[in-house]
Design a protein around this ligand. Structure first.
Ligand SMILES: *Cc1c(COP(=O)(O)O)cnc(C)c1O
Length: 412
């Protein structure tokens, strides 16, 4: 008899963006003529940089020739890309990594979800709350989170990030956390962490022999020179942190698929007997078994981001989105809303007015202004009373949405 992995049945059925789509569709059925603008989902809208497209064409041509054809590539990725990453993303910040510490992935979602496989099923995980849902759901699938009660998993330490604590939670007290998920710049709040604050987390991990899984998917949006782009800018992080990167938000690769994961050789975890097991070797073994590499064309595309033209072109697109973020912050503040983020990240996190719940506000905005936001509570219990807006739209749509929000707000 084939038995199901019952942990999958514990997953909360409602995938946030499916719920949103259902509500938006219901609205459209009732109001077929309404033109709905979405500032909801976290996908990019602007085309790939010309340097990237050119590299993809070239790679495709190579693949079509007998001399240039390539079959399976190295599971960890091609050296040309790993070298470009080392040189541009780390050496420039004074971080020295070995090429074997970089693993090219097909986007950070896979690796942020898969990495927990290397860890014993009853490690105690801690997450900042609100949070990118992948971290918790992937742990639920393996039975690490306990049961779901009142919007929370019983075996997860939620570390609330709210306006009151500046969206950086205090270190966990009581039972030590074994595995900590951090994401900065943060999705969904759009807020960042300073070196000083991040150092506290690294020290906590070193002291408690915990592992930090650090998601740096939005590092390209950092403008403040004091804000760290990588956890390895903090001394000691090489011993306790794994870091995930993605070209999805950096260079519009949500459809191309490429990113990378850094697993330093010094990071290790323990057996019950106290033997130290380096995660780098274990991850390599896992990847060689379950992953056959990111496509050659995607990796050549990613390499092109690091050329002088590529750098300049992707920066233009990032600036374009950050211009939206700036307009949103300015307008929403002018209208009297309490808004956060948006300065070093493409997300605006807004407190709903008059203590309204996230979902009621979402519906009010949809019906009143025909604008879609993302209810904060969908990212975790501490997201209640907030909504997220993304800066990934076009200037025109963003301006139009802001105008509608203004008119709607002034009617109240
Ligand atoms: C978008 C995003 C990613 C990247 O996902 P890809 O699989 O690389 O497209 C990773 N982490 C967070 C928090 C994100 O929002």
């Amino acid at each position: 008899m084939a038995l199901v992995n019952i942990h999958f049945l514990n997953l909360q059925n409602n995938y946030l963006f499916a719920d949103i789509a259902k509500k938006v569709n219901a609205f459209k059925v009732m109001h077929p003529k309404a033109d709905v603008i979405s500032l909801g989902i976290g996908d990019v809208t602007q085309p790939l940089a010309p340097a990237v497209v050119e590299a993809m064409h070239k790679a495709a041509d190579e693949m079509g020739s007998i001399e240039g054809f390539r079959g399976y590539g190295p599971e960890q990725g091609y050296d040309f890309l790993r070298e470009a990453i080392l040189k541009n993303d780390f050496l420039t910040r004074g971080v020295h990594l070995d090429i074997d510490e970089i693993f090219i992935n097909d986007g950070a979602k896979s690796d942020t979800g898969n990495f927990q496989e290397l860890l014993h099923w009853d490690n105690f995980i801690g997450v900042t709350d609100p949070i990118y849902p992948v971290y918790i759901d992937s742990n639920v699938m393996i039975g690490r989170c306990g049961t779901y009660r009142d919007g929370r998993w019983t075996n997860v330490r939620y570390m609330p990030c709210t306006a009151e604590n500046g969206f950086v939670p205090p270190l966990p007290s009581g039972r030590p956390v074994d595995v900590i998920y951090l994401c900065y710049p943060n999705n969904p709040t759009g807020t960042v962490i300073t070196k000083q604050e991040l150092r506290k987390w690294v020290n906590y991990a070193l002291k408690n022999d915990a592992l930090i899984l650090y998601d740096a998917a939005y590092q390209a949006y950092i403008r403040d020179p004091e804000i760290p782009h990588s956890i390895y800018e903090i001394r000691g992080a090489r011993k306790c942190a794994v870091e995930f990167h993605s070209f999805s938000k950096t260079a519009g690769f949500t459809g191309v698929r490429c990113g990378y994961t850094v697993v330093p050789k010094e990071v290790s975890v323990s057996t019950f007997e106290g033997e130290r097991i380096p995660l780098n070797q274990l991850w390599l073994r896992r990847q060689c078994t379950k992953f056959n590499g990111t496509s050659y064309i995607s990796q050549r595309a990613a390499e092109a981001i690091y050329t002088p033209e590529g750098k300049q072109q992707i920066q233009q697109t990032i600036d374009y989105y950050m211009d939206n973020a700036h307009r949103m912050l300015t307008k929403l503040r002018e209208l009297g809303y309490e808004v956060y983020g948006g300065e070093n990240a493409p997300y605006i996190w807004m407190r709903t007015p008059d203590g309204m719940g996230s979902w009621p506000f979402f519906e009010a905005l949809l019906y009143g202004a025909n604008v879609v936001c993302t209810p904060g509570v969908g990212f975790g219990p501490s997201g209640e009373g907030y909504v997220r807006f993304t800066a990934f739209g076009s200037h025109e749509k963003t301006e139009e949405a802001l105008m509608r929000i203004e008119n709607w707000t002034k009617q109240h």
